[in-house]
Design a protein. Structure first.
Length: 176
């Protein structure tokens, strides 16, 4: 099994872009499995892994999901992954919802694994929760946290500006 070096990981982080245009090309089963394995290996609060990942490959199902968003391009990706929390009421001791953090980590793992494999993704949070649940048959007690199209990019958008480290890093205590 190939392992990524720390330089490969940093390269994937630097080169990752939000892809909104996908090639009409299926994803090889071994690449899809590798991306899903990246989600499975993600850390979670108390290692509870209170999540499910719905892999939507059916075109009609992806079109129904696109209708539940304002991002119609997600129907054009060969795969759409929905990250679902099985414990949307859980809070960490610090008061932050556990599910939001756990699914963000897992979906970021998917994003970086996809990038390393030559695939593109886009983080989608702008969707109608109830409509998406209905399409995917997700019970009311759970929450879809994110949708992520996955496929071969048909575009190479430029890097977007980022704040400098000096604007976002504080040492030893908070400073404005």
């Amino acid at each position: 099994m190939n392992t990524m070096s720390s330089m490969d990981t940093l390269k994937a982080i630097k080169e990752r872009r939000s892809i909104r245009n996908y090639q009409d090309k299926p994803i090889e089963a071994e690449k899809l499995q590798a991306v899903l394995e990246a989600a499975r290996l993600a850390p979670s609060a108390r290692n509870a892994q209170q999540w499910k990942f719905i892999v939507v490959q059916d075109k009609k199902q992806r079109e129904k999901m696109a209708a539940a968003t304002r991002y119609k391009f997600i129907a054009d990706a060969p795969v759409l992954i929905a990250g679902v929390s099985l414990d949307p009421k859980g809070l960490m001791r610090c008061g932050v919802p556990t599910y939001a953090v756990d699914l963000a980590i897992a979906m970021t793992n998917i994003t970086l694994a996809a990038q390393a494999l030559g695939l593109g993704t886009c983080w989608i949070g702008g969707f109608d929760q109830e409509a998406a649940k209905e399409v995917l048959k997700v019970p009311d007690k759970y929450k879809i946290v994110e949708l992520m199209p996955l496929g071969y990019p048909a575009e190479n958008p430029p890097a977007r500006d980022r704040k400098s480290l000096s604007e976002i890093i504080c040492y030893d205590s908070f400073t404005e």
